[in-house]
Design a protein around this ligand. Structure first.
Ligand code: FAD
Length: 533
């Protein structure tokens, strides 16, 4: 009889574990506590929508989608998986604007972070004042100043709206604001302000994080600092960000935006580097620019694109008449903020900064707009493409950080030899420099080991039947960089095997693995990054 009982118990256990493991279907409701089961959807409407992303290049279907009403719900779910004999993967999904499945969890659970937002979730306990964005004043990192406590699910456009209302704003941005705070802080969050203020991860004071053990921890540079540095740029591997405390400064009212065109790449990058070298404060006044980017216009592509419709029709015909040696035009874009206090001097200040630059005479264009319109400049292009059915298409993007010393080689091979002959390669293509000393190497984000490095964004849109051609081009560019020993790092990285990741992290790989063992030992979080899974 005892033998029979043992066999019966073992077979029940095997059945139960089978029900809970990722290689069977996700646990059926009978095994879940009510705080989890009432927030979990297993129906195909939910799982299909969480099985793709902005890239439209890969699909991975989760077993379930979780709609938390509170931070505690998220902790319960992670704790539940952590406690199982075979844990299931869990991916926080902010806006799902990754391009290679990074926010997916095949056979696991995707957490729809946006469900935490009060407006999506009326009957919740999140935010006593009905808002998960709160502006305050106090001491952080030993200094008095303004900050915003923001839910990890919040979009940057809403952070902008809530802070600007109080005459304040974050200092560092992404070009596009309909991205979640948790999503960009898991990468870095870069834009034209990065050379001066550092990436978004350099402008965070404190985080609330649910670790891979299901513990809710508040961390900062002073408290639980290892977790703080791990999570920033940590690709979602160490914890789910449920709150970020973000540095604010007074918001300017308006922005002068200037674009200058070049036909020579080395003059273009020399001028970019000269401009970003001016980034100090003198007598309490900001020296230099607030923003600097650059882009590359190939002969076959229009100067305006979804990222920005800067050029008027008359500008466009003038640009079309421009004959450049290899059919490529380099466009330097800079901005300086202003308000009532310097509205009379702003033009002179800009003139002084741009004096002596080597852009093509006559090819300088200026625009003046509100601070909010400037920051939200990509939205218009998005809506236009959406209306034409051209937004939800495949996006075989490649984002890179190239060491400053190799940027000329990169241009001659990648832009002049690989991309320019391709008539389909219409971009947008971004290229602008950043300063290493504005990044913190205790954080997980990986950048080249040089004082100046460039971000390159090859932001292709393609048809559903030709995206692989762009992937081939991307592969060629990566291969060329490797063959020439350029030490290029991918931004928003994607690798298909462990060797790729080891190479990416280089000397930081060991630290990254130690942090994983410390904060997510069961390898539950962000399986879609495919680092440890
Ligand atoms: P998701 O795609 O949902 O998630 C990305 C990763 O972060 C996943 O691994 C996910 O599991 C994890 N994650 C999500 N939320 C959390 C959380 N709360 N806590 C922990 N981990 C989390 N990037 C720039 O730096 N600068 C730009 O200017 C820029 N412009 C862009 C423009 C467009 C149109 C698009 C589509 C992307 C752009 N990006 C830019 C890239 C973007 O920052 C990243 O893809 C970012 O991850 C997207 O945020 P998301 O909220 O959609 O994240």
């Amino acid at each position: 009889l005892s033998c029979f009982v043992v066999i019966f118990v073992i077979s029940r256990l095997v059945y139960i574990i089978g029900k809970l493991t990722p290689w069977s279907n996700f646990p059926t409701y009978e095994f879940l506590s009510p705080d989890i089961s009432t927030r979990l959807r297993l129906d195909s409407d939910a799982t299909i929508s969480a099985s793709s992303d902005f890239g439209k290049l890969v699909r991975a279907t989760p077993a379930g989608v979780f709609y938390p009403s509170s931070v505690e719900d998220i902790a319960s779910l992670v704790k539940f998986s952590y406690g199982l004999p075979a844990s299931f993967g869990i991916a926080a999904r902010g806006r799902g604007h990754s391009v290679r499945g990074q926010a997916m969890a095949e056979n696991g659970v995707v957490i729809e972070m946006r469900a935490l937002d009060d407006r999506n979730n009326k009957n919740t306990d999140c935010g006593t004042n009905g808002s998960r964005i709160r502006v305050d004043f106090g001491i952080n990192d030993g200094l008095m100043g303004w900050f915003a406590d923001v839910g990890g699910e919040q979009l940057w456009i809403d952070v902008l709206g809530a802070t600007v209302e109080q005459g304040l704003a974050p200092v560092s941005w992404t070009d596009y604001l309909y991205l979640s705070v948790g999503g960009t802080l898991s990468n870095a969050g870069i834009s034209g302000q990065t050379f001066r203020y550092g990436p978004q991860i350099s402008n965070v004071y404190e985080l609330d994080v649910v670790t891979g053990r299901g513990e809710l921890v508040t961390c900062s540079r002073q408290v639980s600092s290892e977790l703080f540095y791990s999570v920033l740029g940590g690709l979602g591997q160490f914890g789910i960000i449920t709150r970020a405390r973000i540095a604010l400064q007074p918001a300017p009212k308006r922005v002068k935006l200037v674009r200058m065109l070049y036909d020579d790449f080395s003059s273009f990058t020399r001028d970019q580097e000269q401009l970003i070298s001016i980034h100090g404060d003198k007598d309490g006044m900001l020296e230099g620019l607030n923003y600097l980017e650059g882009s590359i216009i190939m002969h076959q592509s229009p100067p305006n694109n979804w990222r920005s419709s800067f050029f008027s029709p008359s500008h466009q015909s003038k640009i079309a008449s421009l004959a450049t040696p290899n059919g490529i035009i380099y466009c330097l874009e800079v901005a300086k903020y202003y308000d009532d206090s310097n509205s009379y001097t702003i033009d002179k200040e800009l003139e002084g900064l741009l004096q002596g630059l080597s852009f093509l005479p006559g090819f300088i264009f200026t625009r003046d707009e509100t601070f909010v319109d400037f920051l939200n400049r990509v939205r218009k292009g998005e809506l236009e493409l959406e209306a034409k059915g051209l937004w939800d298409v495949p996006h075989p993007w490649l984002n890179l950080f190239v060491p400053g010393s190799r940027i000329l080689d990169f241009n001659s091979e990648a832009f002049a030899s690989i991309l320019a002959p391709q008539t389909k390669a219409t971009g947008p293509f971004l290229l602008y420099p950043m300063l290493r000393n504005k990044w913190d190497d205790r954080m997980s984000a990986v950048i080249p080991d040089e004082d100046v490095f460039y971000t390159i964004g090859l932001l292709h849109s393609s048809r559903f039947d030709d995206w692989e051609e762009f992937e081939d081009q991307n592969e060629k560019i990566l291969q060329f960089g490797e063959d020439k020993g350029m030490k290029i790092k991918q931004y928003l990285p994607h690798y298909v095997n462990m060797d790729g990741w080891k190479d990416h992290f280089g000397a930081q790989w060991e630290r990254f693995c130690e942090r994983k063992a410390m904060f997510d030992p069961r390898r539950i979080l962000s399986p879609g990054q495919r680092i440890f899974n």
